[in-house]
Ligand binder design. Sequence first.
Ligand SMILES: *Cc1c(COP(=O)(O)O)cnc(C)c1O
Length: 394
Amino acid sequence: MSVWRNRFLADAAGWQSAGLRRQRRIVRPVSSTEVEIGGKLVTAFASNDYLGLSRDPRLIEAIGEGARRFGAGAGASHLVSGHHAVHEALEHELARFAGKPAALACMNGYVANLALLTTLAGEGDAIYSDQLNHASIVDGARLSRASVSIYPHADVGALDALLASSAARHKLVVTDAVFSMDGDIAPLEALLALCERHDALLVVDDAHGIGVWGPEGRGSVQALGLQSERIVYMGTLGKAAGLSGAFIAADQLIVDRLIQRARPLVFSTAGSPALAHATLTALELIRSADAARERLVRHRERLHDFASGWQPYRLLASATPIQPLIIGDNAGVVRLAEALLQEGLWVPAIRPPTVPAGSARLRIALSAAHTDEDIGRLGAALSRIVSTAGTIPA
Ligand SMILES: *Cc1c(COP(=O)(O)O)cnc(C)c1O
């Protein structure tokens, strides 16, 4: 055991001294936006619960009702005996929601990306992946054994050149729709046009777009009215939908292939029937959440009104609820986050390697559950702390 112990201890010491040791704060949610941490009540700008659904009484009730009517666990994988009527009904609704012929429920977005990339592409194929794509896409692409080309962030011209020079017969482009650390939106229309020209599949990970964008919150692809059998859509249900889980919506042929061959789905127990039932409720709540989506837009505009007072720090021009304030310096961002916490405001400090070196940032995540007053408090506190930067506790 000693060689292992020595390695683990040395690695842990290295993370500690590089300021990269992470810790899980224990949170006790009091509402969608207020949490108790370390005995202190704070307003959090730290969650992906964009519509405030995670604590919606209708959703909580639906989990209980689902468990009573359909059971707590599925008992087996979908292909063995775990595909219950409620899963089938959910997949039908997910397909309708996504405007696709078919859909497949998955345990979460990480697994969905592994499942779809390893099943759609393989040895001899070529995957093209945006430089800022989520880690689950990076891992799924590696696991697929296809050749992987990383293209510069949202650079359609560079991707075009890569596709044009490819010798692979089967090409697949994969992108986050909304990038999780910058909050910017992928050029989906141009990407689809490229994929048509080069006969490639387009996989769109809409983890941060579903519920927030598009008519009835149906996501980024429908926000642009894009319809194509070559689009494979992945939506997650742990963010705006307030639960956990994910789904892949696509052409029937693609969904059938996933049912046959996607190892992360074939060799894994089906999700809880109670959760499947609650997800049906979540889809209804998302559809009818126009007022919440308008509130998100207002919160974002209000936040940007404050941004001039935060110079020299720069608020990125994100149109989404993800609002990154670029600080640059790793220690500086931590001090700023600590100073906000002193004022009862929790905004996570994001450092490398999650973001490129020199671009450490506060990642302000807005929710429709925030009040106008919450936004005002954050805006004013940041202005005050930044203007008296010399007093940030070192
Ligand atoms: C959160 C996230 C995932 C993973 O989804 P989970 O359901 O949390 O596993 C995948 N892709 C992106 C872009 C994400 O932000």
